[in-house]
Design a protein around this ligand. Structure first.
Ligand code: PMP
Length: 437
C-alpha cells in the first residue's frame, strides 16, 4: 500500500482529480457562485481547494451533498451542530415558531427561560445577555471590560480566535477590531504573568479560550488558568473566558470543570439550538450595568438579540436535549476517538498527534509536542489537506484544518468506521508523513 517515491504535491493533484470526478455538481455550483460572491464564498472557513462540497441536507449525524453523496459529519458545524441535523424536539419547536410568528418586536416567553437555564448551569454566569454571534459576544465582553475598568488595552493570545474580526493566527488580520492588543503565548506561564504585571495599569481584560478551538484544540494547563485568575484578580483586570466552543466540554462549562471563576464568559454556537446565537454573561455587578432602568445603564441594542427561533430552539436544546448524561457520553466518545487516532499514529511511528478535550480535537502532522498554536504551525498544511480530501472521498466529512467535532447522534459504529478510514490514510501515505521524533 505504501508508495515510497510519492510526492505530496503529486498526491494532492491526483486526489483533486478523483474529487472533481466524484463531485461535478458541487464544482459547477462553486464556479457559478463566484459571480456574486468573492471566490464563491461568504464564510472563510468553508473554503478549500479545489472547491468546497455544496451541502443540501442533513439527518442525524450525516450530511448529503449536491451530487447525492452522504457523509458522516465530523465537522458538526465547527461545534455548533452539537444536536445533529434532525433532533425531533428542536425541529418541533422550530416548526411551532414558524406557525406562530417570529418577528414580533417584544420580549418573548423563551428568552428569560433560556437565560435562567444558562445562569443555573454555569457557575460564573450570574446574569447573561444575548446577541447574534460569538464574534459579537466577544466584542461586547471586551467593550464592557473597557467601560467598567476605564482602561484601554486587552491581553490576548497569539494564534487565538475569538471571531471574524478578532482573529490572531498568523500575525492577525488587517480587519481586526481596533482594540490596543497585547499578545502573550498560550500556556507560557512566566511570560504571560510578566506581561500582565507590566501592563496592569492599562489592561482592561485578558481574553482566552480555556481550550483553544480554532487555534488547534490545545487545552490550557490548569496552572496557567490558575495564574491568570490570580494575576487578573490582583490587578482588577476582567478575565474573560471565550467558551463559544469550550462550554460543551463539560456540563458546567469549561470553567466549571476547571474550577475557575472568570469575571465574564462569552457563549455562542450550539446554544442557539442550531440558529444564530451569541451571549455574554458573568458577574452580576458588571452585567447589571445593562439594566436599562439604571441611570448609568450601558445601552445594548440588537434587532435580533432575542430572535424567537434562537431563543426557543436554544431553550429546547439546552434544557431538554443536552442532559448531563448525553453531554458526558458525547465527550467520552470523543476521548475514545482521540485515543484511537493517537494509537494508530504511534503504532506506525508517525510524527503526528491529535490534541483536544472530549468531543473537540485536532489532528496535527507535527513530530514534537503541541502545547501552543506556535507548535501546531510546524506542520505541513498540505498533509492536512490531503487527509481532508481523502477522508471526503471516503465519505467522512472533515475540516480542512484537521479539526474534528462530534455531535450527539454520533455513536461507536461511526467512530470505529472513522478509525478504519484514518488507518487506511496513514498506510497509503506513510512515505510522505513525518516520522516520530
Ligand atoms: N470564539 C470562538 C472560540 C469561536 O470558535 C468562534 C467561532 N468559530 C467565535 C468566537 C465566533 O463565533 P461566530 O462565528 O458565531 O461569530
Amino acid at each position: 500500500m505504501d508508495r515510497p517515491n510519492l510526492e505530496i504535491d503529486a498526491a494532492i493533484a491526483e486526489a483533486h482529480g478523483r474529487f472533481l470526478k466524484a463531485n461535478p455538481k458541487s464544482a459547477a455550483r462553486h464556479e457559478g457562485a463566484k459571480r456574486a460572491l468573492p471566490g464563491g464564498n461568504t464564510r472563510a472557513v468553508l473554503w478549500y481547494e479545489p472547491f468546497p462540497l455544496t451541502l443540501t441536507g442533513g439527518e442525524g449525524c450525516r450530511v448529503t451533498d449536491l451530487d447525492g453523496n452522504t457523509y458522516v459529519d465530523f465537522v458538526s458545524e465547527y461545534t455548533a451542530g452539537l444536536y445533529g441535523h434532525s433532533n425531533a424536539k428542536i425541529a418541533a419547536t422550530i416548526k411551532s415558531i414558524a406557525d406562530s410568528g417570529w418577528v414580533l418586536g417584544g420580549p418573548n416567553p423563551y428568552e428569560a427561560r433560556l437565560g435562567q437555564a444558562i445562569v443555573d448551569r454555569y457557575p460564573a454566569i450570574e446574569r447573561v445577555r444575548f446577541c447574534n454571534s460569538g464574534t459579537e459576544a466577544n466584542l461586547m465582553a471586551l467593550s464592557t471590560a473597557r467601560a467598567v475598568t476605564g482602561r484601554k488595552s486587552i491581553l490576548a493570545f497569539d494564534g487565538g480566535y475569538h471571531g471574524g474580526i478578532l482573529t490572531f493566527a498568523h500575525g492577525g488580520s488587517p480587519l481586526n477590531a481596533p482594540y490596543p492588543f497585547i499578545f502573550a503565548q498560550y500556556n507560557d506561564l512566566e511570560g504571560t504573568a510578566t506581561l500582565i504585571r507590566q501592563h496592569a495599569g492599562d489592561l482592561a481584560a485578558v481574553i482566552l479560550e480555556p481550550m483553544m478551538g480554532g487555534g488547534g484544540c490545545i487545552a490550557a494547563e490548569p496552572e496557567f488558568l490558575a495564574m491568570l485568575r490570580e494575576e487578573t484578580a490582583k490587578a482588577g483586570i476582567i478575565l474573560i473566558f471565550d467558551e463559544v466552543m469550550a462550554s460543551r466540554l463539560s456540563y458546567r462549562g469549561y470553567h466549571g470543570m476547571a474550577g475557575i471563576k472568570p469575571d465574564m464568559i462569552s457563549l455562542g454556537k450550539y446554544i442557539g439550538g442550531g440558529c444564530s446565537f451569541g451571549a455574554f454573561g458573568g458577574r452580576a455587578d458588571i452585567l447589571d450595568r445593562f439594566d436599562p432602568g439604571r441611570p448609568d445603564s450601558f445601552g445594548h441594542g440588537g434587532t435580533f438579540n432575542n430572535n424567537v427561533f434562537s431563543m426557543a430552539a436554544g431553550l429546547t436544546g439546552f434544557t431538554e436535549v443536552l442532559t448531563e448524561e448525553a453531554l458526558n457520553r458525547m465527550n467520552a466518545l470523543g476521548e475514545e476517538l482521540r485515543a484511537g487516532m493517537n494509537a494508530l499514529i504511534a503504532a506506525r511511528g508517525i510524527g503526528a498527534v491529535v490534541t483536544g478535550v472530549g468531543s473537540i480535537m485536532n489532528l496535527h502532522f507535527v513530530a514534537g509536542e503541541v502545547t501552543s498554536p506556535h507548535d501546531a504551525e510546524a506542520g505541513d498544511p498540505r498533509l492536512l489537506h490531503l487527509w481532508q480530501i481523502e477522508s471526503l472521498l471516503k465519505r467522512q466529512y472533515v475540516t480542512p484544518r484537521g479539526m474534528i467535532a462530534l455531535s450527539l447522534p454520533i455513536g461507536r459504529a461511526e467512530i470505529v468506521a472513522f478509525l478504519d478510514v484514518f488507518a487506511e490514510f496513514l498506510d497509503s501515505y506513510r512515505s510522505v508523513l513525518p516520522n516520530r521524533e
